[in-house]
Design a protein around this ligand. Structure first.
Ligand code: NDP
Length: 480
């Protein structure tokens, strides 16, 4: 049984202020695997005060000193990859191979891209008018991360704060505390000065809100639900903190008749189901040119039926369970909603998949599900489901495809499948989303990630993600 009963504050492991705890449950078996101590306002205050003290000296370090620390962080992260991967498999059910090769790999991929960004960053430059602009760390940063991509999100927030010379307090999701604990051990071993990085475990309404409201926090970076994002924005408003938000998505995948259908349709289904559908930028709405609609439905159904759901502890390319009961109930309710609304069920449906081994029957496994003939008024077309559920609809013209794609409150990602480069460029220009994926190609580590509209503000990753953690100062050239 795992016991997480210490927080990482001011360079050491300290006992929480309260004795509140919650169980850590395996999503694959619904069995208890450990106990987590929950923080409160006093823990947040201790962590923020440590970060505030550390800022005095860490903000004055040179770029070379910070690069050396980041390189050491990369070495230790590489040495602990298996521990990070195993933690995520245990806490949120990411299957072993994917957990190591994608979830944990993000911890090193983003870090290397931030090292490149910091190397290239001019901390001081002369403006065309002769004034001098400098970039300086913003102060104490509050970082709130979700359960779906635990280390990806931690790296996208903690690393740029450290690279900029800022200090931080991390509050990971209460549902994924194990990987955050390993990450704190990594930062400690990398040799960061006391107080530069702090970890307080606990829930959003208590620890997250205390962080967002704390007057000594200069910036909040949040990834999660739109509800959580607006709560953080409101809590941070009184003292005008900078707030960056990475929220949800309902990303369109436009399949034109001239695309390589055999390849692109299966890829689109797999991308929707990847991480058991728990990705904010998943292509969850497939829009298909009517002349190839029936062929695409055949291909999509075959891809869904070929998707294996199984034990996250096993190696392989199967998908695992949803992260817990709350998400299982949400996804089941949305599948029921789709049926009630009259969408045509092409594959999957309510309940658990057949044939799960006995030990996994109480786990939060769902059937990979596809609805077709979905219309824009339906809830399953409009709302984020965050499970392996794809909705498909036909379109007649390119113009209609663009209108349908943009008919969403979100704007995180958009996917285009076409054999025509002209069309890809033309359509990409008109889609209101932060990241375009074209014919199976995605942006790499170091590119800015973030969305339009209700998908949030600010960008994470690479140089744009680094600059979010910096203030800009100007001064005239010196004259005696
Ligand atoms: P939340 O927004 O509740 O969780 C994300 C993080 O925010 C967690 O660390 C959570 O803490 C924290 N949090 C929650 N409320 C507050 C608050 N008032 N102040 C500060 N921090 C807060 O997401 P859910 O887990 O409820 O998921 C709901 C839906 O959100 C999903 O179904 C999905 O649609 C979307 N989502 C999107 C994500 C993305 O990547 N953009 C990630 C996760 C969810 P804790 O959970 O520990 O209480």
């Amino acid at each position: 049984m795992i016991t997480l009963d210490k927080f990482y504050i001011d360079g050491g492991w300290v006992a929480p202020a309260s004795d509140a705890t919650m169980p850590i449950l395996s999503p694959a078996t619904n069995q208890r695997v450990g106990t987590l101590s929950m923080g409160n306002e006093a823990d947040v205050d201790a962590a923020v005060q440590a970060a505030k003290r550390a800022f005095e000296t860490f903000s004055m370090t040179s770029k070379d000193e910070r690069l050396a620390l980041l390189r050491r962080l990369a070495e230790v992260t590489r040495a602990r990859m298996d521990d990070l991967a195993h933690a995520m498999t245990t806490e949120m059910g990411a299957p072993a191979t994917m957990s190591r090769e994608v979830q944990a790999d993000a911890g090193i991929g983003h870090l290397e891209a931030f090292i490149d960004a910091l190397e290239a960053l001019d901390e001081e430059e002369t403006l065309p008018n002769g004034d001098i602009l400098s970039r300086e760390p913003i102060g104490v940063c509050g970082l709130i991360t979700p359960w779906n991509w635990p280390i990806n999100q931690i790296a996208l927030k903690v690393v740029p704060a450290l690279a900029a010379g800022a200090t931080c307090v991390l509050k990971p999701s209460e549902h994924t505390p194990l990987s955050a604990q390993v990450y704190a051990e990594i930062v400690h071993e990398a040799g960061y000065p006391a107080g530069v990085f702090n970890l307080v475990q606990g829930d959003g309404p208590t620890v997250g809100a205390a962080l967002s409201r704390h007057p000594d926090v200069a910036m909040m970076s949040f990834t999660g639900s739109t509800r959580g994002g607006s709560a953080v924005s409101r809590d941070a408003a009184d003292d005008f903190k900078r707030v960056t938000l990475e929220l949800g998505g309902k990303s369109p995948n436009l399949i034109f008749a001239d695309a390589d259908l055999d390849k692109r349709v299966a890829e689109g289904v797999d991308a929707c189901f990847f991480n058991t559908g728990q990705s904010c930028d998943a292509p969850t709405r497939m829009l298909v040119e009517r002349s190839v609609y029936s062929r695409v439905l055949e291909l999509a159904e075959a891809a869904a039926k070929a998707t294996v759901v199984g034990d996250p502890e096993q190696e392989g390319d199967h998908i695992g369970p949803l992260f817990d009961e709350i998400q299982y109930d949400r996804v089941q309710a949305m599948i029921d909603k789709g049926i009630d609304e009259g969408a045509r069920l092409l594959s999957g449906g309510p309940g658990r998949p057949a044939g799960l081994p006995e030990a996994l029957q109480a786990g939060w496994f769902v059937r990979p599900t596809i609805f077709c003939d979905v219309t824009p008024e339906m809830v399953i077309w409009r709302e984020e489901i965050f499970g392996p559920v794809l909705v498909i609809t036909p379109f007649d013209t390119e113009e209609e495809a663009i209108t349908l794609a943009n008919d969403t409150d979100y704007g995180l990602a958009a996917y285009i499948q076409t054999g025509s480069e002209d069309r890809a460029r033309r359509v990409a220009r008109r889609l209101r989303a932060g990241a375009l994926h074209i014919n199976g190609r995605d942006a790499d580590y170091g590119s800015p990630f973030g969305g339009f509209k209700h998908s949030g503000n600010g960008r994470e990753g690479g140089v744009y993600g680094l600059e979010d953690y910096m203030e800009i100062k100007v001064r005239p050239p010196f004259a005696a």
